[in-house]
Design a protein around this ligand. Structure first.
Ligand code: SF4
Length: 270
């Protein structure tokens, strides 16, 4: 694993996904096989494999102080292209420093916030998440621990993630589920909806079928989940039909478990 400290030019960045994103790290140790953030490697000319490098933005919270003052009000999402609670955060505390900086800022009321992770390390920061009135989400795409270990090698197990979310809710934090990505032939939406029914809402994100994502993911699927290959082929070749089927299922499950579905997120093909 390649670690290094880097200096970034900004901490809060404007995003198409929401108003602002904060990514305290470049790269992610969780190394999920389907991760769409692999495009970062191309932009920054990084040779290491996704999951094998983490660059810590050491000056992140220092820049944030001024950005909170000068930026327009809006929503902040942590994080869009990294997991802000990946294992190295336990040592470096960059995410905690970001949350502390926002909590101390006289401008904090200009912003709403949500945090999305796959790590139970987030428990460490429940105090600040509560203080900031931020929503906390966990990504889950299977409840099968063995499958998760293959496709999301260093993330917390799915059951640990759900337990962490329940603990957050008990502390009065607003919690949501992020069912992402729906892996054809692997993700069982019915059992995940049932497990997440205590959440305030869920997002459902479909698989990103861009070439860079599939190039990493498909060898793993062929080797470890051969029975799912046909389902993947269907999704890749019949995206509309697939989407309509998922939409129907999600609507039915949302009603059954009285769980608000925020959105079904789709990605354009390249
Ligand atoms: S946790 Fe998120 S950012 Fe990290 S590898 Fe997995 S999908 Fe990518």
């Amino acid at each position: 694993m390649e670690f290094k400290d880097i200096q970034c030019k900004s901490c809060m960045t404007k995003s198409k996904l929401t108003d602002y994103v904060i990514n305290p790290y470049t790269g992610c140790m969780h190394g999920c096989k389907y991760c769409y953030a692999v495009f970062i490697k191309r932009f920054q000319d990084i040779k290491a494999q996704w999951g094998d490098f983490v660059y810590a933005k050491a000056n992140c919270s220092e820049l944030l102080r001024k950005e909170l003052e000068k930026n327009k009000p809006g929503h902040i999402w942590m994080s869009s292209v990294t997991d802000c609670y990946q294992p190295i955060e336990g040592k470096l505390l960059l995410t905690r420093k970001v949350l502390e900086t926002i909590a101390k800022s006289p401008h904090k009321n200009k912003f709403t916030m949500d945090i999305l992770t796959k790590s139970s390390l987030v428990k460490r920061d429940f105090d600040l998440i509560k203080e900031l009135n931020a929503d906390l989400g966990m990504s889950v795409n299977t409840l099968n621990g063995n499958a998760a270990r293959i496709i999301e090698p260093l993330a917390s197990s799915p059951l640990e993630r759900i337990k962490t979310l329940k603990e957050a809710k008990e502390k009065g934090i607003h919690v949501y589920g992020f069912i992402s990505p729906v892996l054809p032939g692997i993700t069982n939406l019915a059992e995940i909806f049932e497990a997440l029914q205590f959440c305030e809402y869920v997002w459902v994100e479909l698989l990103n079928t861009r070439r860079a994502c599939l190039e990493r993911l498909m060898p793993v699927i062929r080797k470890e989940f051969p029975d799912a290959v046909k389902s993947f082929d269907f999704v890749i070749n019949h995206p509309e039909e697939y989407y309509n089927g998922i939409k129907k299922e999600v609507e039915m499950l949302g009603k059954k478990y009285k769980l608000r579905v925020q959105e079904i997120v789709r990605h354009d093909k390249d």
